[in-house]
Design a protein around this ligand. Sequence first.
Ligand code: KG4
Ligand code: ZN
Length: 332
Amino acid sequence: MSTTILAIESSCDDTSAAVIQDEQVLSNVVANQAVHKLYGGVVPEVASRAHQINIVPVVDTAIKKAGIQKQDLTAIAFTRGPGLMGSLMVGLSFAKSFALSYQLPMIEVNHMQAHVLAHFAEDPKPNFPFLCLTVSGGHTQIVLVRDHLDMEVIGSTIDDAAGEAFDKTGKLLGLDYPAGPIIDRLAKEGTPLYKFPEPKIEGLDFSFSGLKTSILYFLKKELKNNPNFIEENKANICASVQDRIVSILMNKFIKAAEQTGITELAIAGGVSANSALRAALTNLGEEKGWNTYIPQFQYCTDNAAMIGITACYKYLKREFVGQDVTPLARWK
Ligand code: KG4
Ligand code: ZN
């Protein structure tokens, strides 16, 4: 008999539902919350209210698109954390009621583990062991993946995440939130003329807060001489910022490959949608003869398909949770 899982993702500002059948994605529906643009960042209270409005239609659409009936489902999966408490609560409460109504077992999923396992939603799949550079708005990690559910974080940021570095720099440049995709687009029209310093951090850890500060001082200095500096040089500034963020990420990722001897390399998370990072990984693979894995755009940013794929592996091990489960805003 086939395993059919309804998966819910609501950890931040995207409400998503997916139906996964025997590790195949039947549907993956995402409702973005554009409302946060007004505030220049995600407002937790606004996010949880938007999840409440979105969750029923998003789930209904995912089930319809999958061409199944609710009665066909064998389990329901949800993101337990890490994420915003109020946002997680909406997905979890929905999953609990759904599980009770349809007598389904519940599967908890760690959002960061799911970003890594998004690679199993498509072909070719990475071979174990592989390294995954997971880069999102809240996290920056190098993960050593021994098996679907056996992962170890071997490097992470000591301050801001890579996505945060894009978004906070974007704010300095007067760009909308989230600025990552906008910087990516503008950078295509510019040249990385400005050389921002690369932080000197030991081992496999990252730091991005110094970069943000040096960009701030750079802009202040230039604006003193020319009040239109940002407007006149936006594309070049974006190209320079992106160039440095990508080099910080890639240098540590290469170091991790050399240290571990693992040359199966994958990227995941919202920032893995960045065209310069994707190109840098592809070039590295071609240059060194290493295997590289880059997810389709729909599996980079937050989505429920990755939650459902992770849940498939947990279902095989019968890793279920009860109705007393609570969200974990912080969950390694
Ligand atoms: O994984 P994700 O959707 O949500 C979190 O779990 O945080 O990642 C969102 C982050 C944001 O910081 C956004 O600016 C960044 O991913 N992002 C990008 C691009 N697309 C999304 N950053 C750089 N270039 C992109 N093309
Ligand atoms: Zn995410």
